[in-house]
Design a protein around this ligand. Structure first.
Ligand code: DSN
Length: 423
């Protein structure tokens, strides 16, 4: 039984409580390696459960379409001030419900339906909202894609520049969901300027690294920056938009509301404000350094165990395993790892030959395990468990043994000890 603050829920709605408790157990018992996930702090989680969920506040602080907004105004302004300080930018909209909604609002603000956009191909590490034909971005706009260099598996800026010159897009999107190396946003802006395009940077995956100067900031270079708040940034699930140029302010704010959203989730914005403050602490920088170190150790260990790693390593929080020359698909290894309580996601790799539901890659990330306090020796153990699981696929007895070891390791790094004390 979870302790406070769930005791009351356990009594009043046992069915919902039971789901939360089971999920808590899953998170606590296993090793979380999904690169886009993290464990938000107790303060971030508690602050979401507040009475601001009762309040409609369409509009912006001091320019609302509802009365009674003075306290949510103060709080939303605080969130804006904190995120602007954190990322050294002039303007922010903290209302997007997600990164996808932030991108939809930014598109609406910057370009017209039918305009050409240029983003990283999904199977090369891009994102659905960067032009996929099944997403608004590829349905309402004309998508073109750049790919990773087939030799180096890195972004090839000369190739991107040549492509931009021939496509002449109105919008270039930089940012990725599965790219393990630094991105040169300055170079992207030079390319955008050369072809007269806007540059949108989606920094969702690396926002925590940007906030702590462990990755070049896109703010000085992009016309608009979007992000989620729950990945490396370790806030509540949500989105933000950041920019410097006052001339874009009205259209970006209109892109969010009324363009793509109705009432903002002020209770979540309160929690975003809490997370932005936490991200300004020195301890957050120490944490982000650990995220990168762990990712690099994990990559090195996996290579030494014989796995192919895309680009041969990592500069950030993620590692992309390439299984394309093996009999094992991403899906098969994801499922085998789930049996040993290691959670990962299958991912396409450059030059993917398997279907998007099967894939030849596994994406691993270190934000969550680093939040738990795991370091170099644990990364070595985890790499070893991944290798053992790979070798023992189909042998349920062997997998059960590995699973017990994984659970023992996880137990040494308790989650949410304040909330579980009274269990
Ligand atoms: N789905 C997210 C990820 O896992 O990277 C991106 O939106």
């Amino acid at each position: 039984m979870l302790g406070k603050p769930w005791q009351e829920l356990a009594e009043k709605d046992h069915e919902v409580y039971a789901c939360i408790e089971s999920e808590f157990k899953r998170q606590e018992e296993g090793i979380e390696l999904i690169a886009s996930e993290n464990f938000a702090s107790e303060a971030v989680i508690s602050s979401m459960a507040n009475i601001m969920t009762n309040k409609y506040a369409e509009g912006r602080p001091s320019k609302r379409y509802y009365g009674g907004c003075r306290h949510v105004d103060t709080m939303e302004n605080l969130a804006i001030e904190r995120v602007c300080n954190l990322f050294s930018c002039n303007h922010a909209n903290v209302q997007p419900h997600s990164g996808a909604q932030a991108n939809a609002a930014a598109f609406l603000a910057l370009i017209k339906p039918g305009d050409k956009i240029l983003g990283l191909d999904l199977s090369n590490g891009g994102h659905l909202t960067h032009g996929s034909v099944v997403n608004f971005s590829g349905i309402h706009y004309k998508p073109h894609f750049y790919h990773l260099d087939t030799e180096t598996e890195l972004l090839n800026y000369d190739q991107i520049e040549n492509l931009a010159e021939s496509v002449k897009p109105q919008l270039i999107i930089a940012g990725a969901s599965a790219y393990p190396r630094h991105i040169d946003f300055k170079r992207f802006r030079e390319i955008a300027d050369k072809v007269g395009a806007y540059l949108l940077v989606d920094m969702s995956h690396i926002a925590g690294l940007v906030a702590t100067s462990l990755h070049q900031s896109p703010i000085p270079y992009a016309h608009v920056v979007t992000s989620t708040t729950h990945k490396t940034l370790r806030g509540p699930r949500g989105g933000i938009i950041l920019w410097n140029d006052e001339k874009l302010t009205a259209s970006i704010n209109k892109g969010v509301f009324p363009g793509t959203q109705g009432g903002p989730l002020e209770h979540i914005i309160a929690s975003k404000a809490v997370a932005f403050r936490e991200a300004s602490f020195e301890s957050f920088k120490t944490y982000q350094k650990l995220v990168v170190q762990n990712s690099q150790v994990l990559a090195k260990e996996l290579i030494s165990l014989g796995f192919k790693i895309i680009t041969g390593g990592s500069d950030n929080h993620l590692v992309l395993m390439d299984l394309s020359s093996t009999e094992t698909s991403g899906k098969a290894l994801e499922e085998a790892l789930e049996k040993v309580f290691i959670t990962v996601n299958k991912n396409t790799v450059p030059k993917e030959k398997r279907s998007p539901f099967v894939t030849s890659g596994i994406r691993l990330g270190t934000p969550a395990v680093s939040t738990r306090g795991m370091g170099e020796s644990e990364m070595k153990k985890i790499a070893n468990y991944i290798h053992l699981t790979y070798k023992q696929q189909g042998n349920d007895e062997a997998l059960a043994k590995i699973g017990e070891e994984v659970k023992t390791l996880a137990k040494q790094f308790p989650l949410y000890s304040e909330w579980t004390k009274s269990k």
